[in-house]
Design a protein. Structure first.
Length: 137
């Protein structure tokens, strides 16, 4: 009986060693189309959020005063707003008033509302009159 069990054990070991086949070859070529799904943001500026901020609160750009234009931007789209820039221009009596004509904005994620502030500065050459600011993005 011991001889039969030993023979059976040796048979199983030999079978497992010699029964493993190595398969060689090349798999067929498959082609895949990979497309990036574009999910655009939809950015809305809340007109009610548009405010002018000045140091003394008189709603005017006085000489040597730091001011700002502030508004809220909301993303109601399907994708994050990436690489956003706001461009500012002014017409009218702009002598003595300086501002950055272009500013990069932080990422505006889907469903997020951000407050944007555009700083303005004036110097002693500021003149009386009206100045109109425009923004595009």
């Amino acid at each position: 009986m011991k001889n039969l069990a030993a023979f059976f054990l040796m048979f199983l070991i030999a079978l497992s060693v010699y029964s493993q086949n190595t398969i060689k070859g090349t798999s067929p070529v498959y082609q895949f189309n990979i497309t990036k799904e574009v999910k655009p943001p939809v950015l809305n500026m809340d007109p009610a959020s548009l405010t002018f901020i000045d140091q003394n609160g008189n709603h005017a750009i006085d000489a040597n005063e730091s001011c700002a234009i502030r508004f809220s931007l909301e993303n109601s789209g399907f994708g994050d707003g990436l690489g956003l820039k706001v461009k500012v221009s002014a017409t009218g009596n702009t002598e003595g008033i300086s501002f950055d004509e272009s500013a990069s904005l932080a990422v505006v994620k889907v469903g997020e509302k951000k407050t944007i502030e555009i700083p303005l500065k004036s110097n002693l050459n500021t003149m009386d009159g009206l100045c109109y600011f425009y923004s595009t993005g």
